[in-house]
Design a protein around this ligand. Structure first.
Ligand code: GCO
Length: 446
């Protein structure tokens, strides 16, 4: 490797990411209410191999072991999410003390080990009780969400500095309320458009609620993003790529920066007018202390007459003679450089952290060792591009690997392994993969 940690600067924030649904388990333990994911996994043909996350990586019981391993790997920051329905079983109203207690214990144990918690407030697990009232499609979510945020920040403000309001709103509204492949499994524009608008508003509502309680808090939100390139130089493919870029990279950040929805590229977004209330334009504007961007790959896009609304299709990596991960995501390190550059260019963006980057490969434990060279190479090559971007972007200030342990990869179940720590799902035994030891060496003082 021809670069080192110091090249990223003294203050650069290094970390590792995880989320509640994907790791905790204990889905109905000690007063926790059900979430939309707890129900979604019971539906037919939604999750590969009929997997569910009811035990997952058993983080609920093994958080100390996992935090000890973070410490052993020398990782100073841990990003994880809170489960809304563990804290407020019905989404609003009565607080579950055992839920708050669990997160107090996790946060305290991080702090005792000199690990700073970075908290995501919403990583896709809406309380089921609220989905029954319409979920993200119902404008009341604005007040439900605000109440939840206030409960969390009041409880943890003395221990937590960094908050992220939403995780990847494009994915939870797109997959959950348009395609129906994630919880709650709703489909179509009539669900997607209001869910999208309410998520945009909640980004700002969450920010304001946190700052009101703790003015010193550092508040961000996270966006999924992929570098989009056209399949050919034809005008049709280029225009298709322009539309897909607007959909997956611009849709949630631009309205929050006061730039409005990207209707220039996506005329169907005009339907949002119906849901915009008189004060919404100012209500959705927010200047985050930082934004998290989460990049894994690039998408190659071609024109297609068959895809409604966007007339574009993605050309899968396995048909393009490129190197790809077990998710069929092309390994394309330049993508992360392009995305940092893209988000850096927005004037309203103050700071950028890579809050997720990582890869799934089919790992195996052999004689107590997981020799995941492909993941190590992936991380090295992406980090090289992060460093290249850093020299041109004063805003870039952190990098988190996805993910701490192998975990429940939503519709893909447990087949996909993103962890720096291998989980044997039978025994719940943890084995730090070679990539985890590589990260330790990289972060260590040498
Ligand atoms: C995300 C997802 C993660 C996924 C990861 C790999 O934030 O993108 O929340 O939960 O596991 O992205 O697909």
């Amino acid at each position: 490797m021809n670069y080192k940690k110091e090249d990223f600067g003294e203050d650069f924030i290094w970390g590792i990411s995880a989320s509640a649904v994907q790791t905790e388990g204990a889905h109905d333990h000690l007063g926790k209410g059900l979430s939309i994911w707890d129900e979604f996994v019971t539906k037919k043909n939604k999750i590969l191999n009929k997997d569910n996350h009811y035990v997952a990586a058993d983080f609920y019981n093994q958080y100390k072991t996992d935090i000890d391993l973070i410490k052993q790997m020398g990782i100073p920051n841990f990003r994880f999410s809170l489960s809304w329905s563990r804290i407020l079983p019905n989404g609003i109203g009565e607080v579950n003390p055992a839920g708050l207690d669990f997160y107090h214990k996790v946060i305290d144990y991080c702090l005792e080990n000199d690990i700073q918690p970075f908290i995501t407030l919403y990583h896709w697990d809406l309380p089921l009780a609220l989905e029954k009232k319409g979920g993200w499609v119902n404008r009341e979510v604005l007040t439900w969400f605000e109440e939840y945020v206030k409960v969390c920040v009041t409880a943890f403000k003395d221990k937590v500095t960094h908050w992220m309001v939403l995780n990847e709103p494009m994915v939870f509204t797109g997959a959950g309320y348009f395609l129906g492949v994630h919880a709650p499994g709703k489909k179509g524009l009539k669900n997607f458009i209001p869910a999208m608008h309410h998520a945009v508003l909640c980004q700002a509502i969450g920010y304001n609620a946190i700052k009101l309680i703790d003015a010193k808090a550092q508040v961000g939100t996270t966006f999924s993003c992929s570098y989009v390139t056209p399949h050919s130089s034809s005008i049709r493919d280029k225009k298709a790529a322009f539309r897909v870029d607007a959909l997956i990279n611009r849709l949630f950040i631009e309205p929050s920066l006061g730039l409005g929805y990207p209707e220039d590229a996506l005329p169907f977004l005009k339907k949002v007018k119906k849901y915009i209330m008189p004060n919404d334009d100012s209500l959705m504007k927010v200047t985050f202390d930082f934004i998290g961007i989460q990049n894994y790959t690039r998408e190659v896009v071609a024109y297609s007459i068959f895809t409604p609304f966007i007339n574009a299709k993605i050309i899968p990596a396995d048909t393009r003679k490129v190197f790809y991960t077990a998710m069929d995501w092309e390994v394309y390190p330049e993508a992360i450089f392009e995305m940092i550059t893209k988000y850096d260019a927005y004037e309203g963006v103050k700071k950028i952290m890579i809050t997720e980057n990582g890869a799934s490969f089919p790992d195996e434990v052999l004689d107590g060792v997981v020799a995941d060279d492909k993941r190590i190479n992936y991380l090295k090559s992406y980090l090289k591009q992060v460093l290249k971007a850093k020299s041109g972007s004063a805003k870039l200030s952190g990098y988190f690997v996805w993910s701490l342990t192998d975990n429940f990869e939503w519709g893909e179940g447990f087949k996909q392994r993103f962890g720096l720590i291998h989980i044997d799902y039978e025994t719940k035994k943890r084995t730090v993969k070679n990539s985890g030891w590589w990260y330790k060496d990289f972060l260590g003082d040498k």
